[in-house]
Design a binder for this molecule. Structure first.
Ligand code: G6P
Ligand code: MG
Length: 222
């Protein structure tokens, strides 16, 4: 039986993945760099400074920026992002996710958050979901971001649960890779072009059903 479910935040519990995209896009435009949604898939799940590096690498002619300049740009992006998330309320929880969390709560399996975002605890509060969580891993708790498995193993370690009894739920390619490398069962939410490495894949959160995830988990173990 699964003993722990680890949920990604941005793109799984709420649609902040879109706000991260809009904020990075605005910052990049100001730098004279443009990128599309296709490229944005590579930014999903990636921490703030690594995301900035990936964007800057799109235009090598800009040369190496100083660390101070990069910190300034990252903080500018976060300001744009904070403006976008100001209005978040429980109405912004993605469809089906409250039902999913309720079903999780009814079992003995624990609930953790596995997010690369420094803003994760504040967003969880705005969504009114904090009380569901037995443990929260955010950017402050890990040394290596996704696709490194640390975000997921840190949650399991804190709760004393075997990795093989954990399920990670992710919308990012780097996130699914992190779950797989942790030796956990990976659930991908999104399209197969980016998430074909997930153990179980659904198109969107509305198609994510607790019973289906359980049966897929058992099928893989059998
Ligand atoms: C999540 C998102 C990324 C974001 C990262 C850092 O993983 O999927 O798009 O860059 O968190 O978020 P932060 O709020 O710390 O800038
Ligand atoms: Mg995500």
């Amino acid at each position: 039986k699964p003993e722990l479910f680890i949920y990604d935040l941005d793109g799984i519990l709420t649609d902040t993945a879109e706000f991260h995209y809009l904020a990075w896009h605005k910052l990049a435009e100001e730098l004279g760099i443009s990128f599309d949604r296709q490229f944005n898939e590579q930014l999903k799940g990636i921490n703030r400074m690594d995301s900035l590096d990936r964007i800057l690498a799109l235009d090598p002619s800009k040369g190496q920026l100083s660390t101070d300049r990069k910190l300034e740009l990252a903080s500018q992006k976060n300001d744009y992002y904070l403006t976008l998330i100001e209005e978040i309320t429980p109405a912004h929880i993605l469809p089906g996710m409250v039902d999913f969390l309720d079903a999780n709560k009814k079992t003995n399996a624990k609930i953790a958050l596995g997010s690369a975002s420094k803003n994760a605890p504040a967003i969880l509060e705005k969504l009114g979901l904090t009380s569901y969580f037995d443990y929260i891993v955010d950017a402050a708790k890990v040394k290596k971001g996704k696709p490194d498995p640390e975000t997921f193993t840190a949650a399991a370690d804190a709760l004393g649960i075997d990795y093989s009894n954990c399920i990670g739920i992710e919308d990012a390619s780097a996130g699914v890779e992190a779950v797989n490398r942790a030796g956990m069962f990976s659930v991908g939410v999104g399209d197969s072009a980016h998430l074909s490495h997930a153990d179980y894949l659904v198109e969107d959160t509305l198609k994510l059903k607790f019973e289906d995830v359980l049966s897929q988990f058992h099928k893989k173990k059998a």
